[in-house]
Design a protein around this ligand. Structure first.
Ligand SMILES: [Zn+2]
Length: 74
């Protein structure tokens, strides 16, 4: 008989560096992480990509760099 083969699972809190707290079940009570679903690049990546595109657009206009294949002759 192996009745006590499983460790005792208790409710645990995962605290992220961004301040997000996730309640879960784990063998350890408190877990601290530096990244979670709320601040993971996978979820915030789209917004960052949009910002980067905007910066490139502003840079391009500032230095009057034409878009390649635009057909504009100024
Ligand atoms: Zn987080």
């Amino acid at each position: 008989m192996q009745a006590k083969i499983h460790p005792k699972y208790e409710s645990a809190k995962i605290t992220c560096a961004c301040g997000n707290v996730i309640e879960t079940r784990s063998t350890s009570k408190d877990i601290k992480v530096e990244i979670c679903s709320a601040c993971h690049p996978f979820f915030t990546g789209k917004q960052k990509l949009v910002d980067t595109a905007g910066r490139i657009e502003r840079f391009r206009r500032k230095y009057n760099i034409p878009v390649i294949g635009d057909g504009e002759t100024s």
